[in-house]
Design a protein around this ligand. Sequence first.
Ligand SMILES: NC(=O)c1ccc[n+]([C@@H]2O[C@H](COP(=O)([O-])OP(=O)(O)OC[C@H]3O[C@@H](n4cnc5c(N)ncnc54)[C@H](O)[C@@H]3O)[C@@H](O)[C@H]2O)c1
Length: 258
Amino acid sequence: MLLEGKKGLIIGVANKHSIAWAIAEAAMREGARLAFNYQNDRLKENVAGLVEGLDGACLFPCDVSSDAEIESFMKSVEDEFGTIDFLVHSVAFAPREELTGEFVATTRQGFATALDVSAYSLVALSRAALPLMTNGGSIVTLTYLGAERVVPHYNVMGVAKAALESSVRYLAADLGPRGIRVNAVSAGPIRTLAARGVSGITKMVDAHRQIAPLRKATEQAEVGDTTVFLLSSMSRGITGEVIYVDDGYHILGALAPV
Ligand SMILES: NC(=O)c1ccc[n+]([C@@H]2O[C@H](COP(=O)([O-])OP(=O)(O)OC[C@H]3O[C@@H](n4cnc5c(N)ncnc54)[C@H](O)[C@@H]3O)[C@@H](O)[C@H]2O)c1
């Protein structure tokens, strides 16, 4: 029970395939009490259906591109939980047309949207969560190798993930003296709702399975368990880090079996 007595926020469940949902399941298993968001009314019913069976959980709306919604989300959480111990940020978005073809075609608006929803939201949510993290805590976000290497069609989302990973380091430096750690988990490709927006995702998962050192696809539950480690005191000496849960794919130089 690594998270016994701890309370935290899970931002980014859309459905049962969401990485955030696997993190929630792992955190519940380890004894945490959770507050969830849903992005909009279209997703509300789905998320409510998942959350309603969970002991002590609550659910409030929050579109992370709105400061007002973030503020009212945190107010609702404060009314319900008082304080929190952790925040999981598992949110990303870029317009679909930016995730196909060439990066050089990225529009100004597409760039701004991707960076706002996928990177700035970590900063905004962390700041809004601070008053509730009176006892230190742990913040974890989800990133992808496309931040550092060129992955076909990942395009502006790679730039957004680079900004996200850099934000993790700046936040870790700011919040460390308050006992709050900030880390990222870099997951291998998994076919989720968001990933389906990246053209060629199915081929990427197949290639990953063939050439990653562990010769398998990354699973949500693996990301969930590593995230729980980062949320728990087991990782109390780690902050500002990117931890890979990708079957070792990122260590490879040759990207074909030899
Ligand atoms: N699936 C993968 O291959 C993979 C790999 C590495 C990292 N990731 C990252 O994991 C995280 C979760 O993605 P996922 O794959 O579980 O997909 P998902 O579609 O299940 O989750 C993405 C979530 O982002 C939310 N979201 C998007 N815009 C939002 C907004 N404006 N306000 C509030 N919420 C918003 C969606 O509602 C959804 O719940 C993302 O950061 C993604 O980039 C995914």
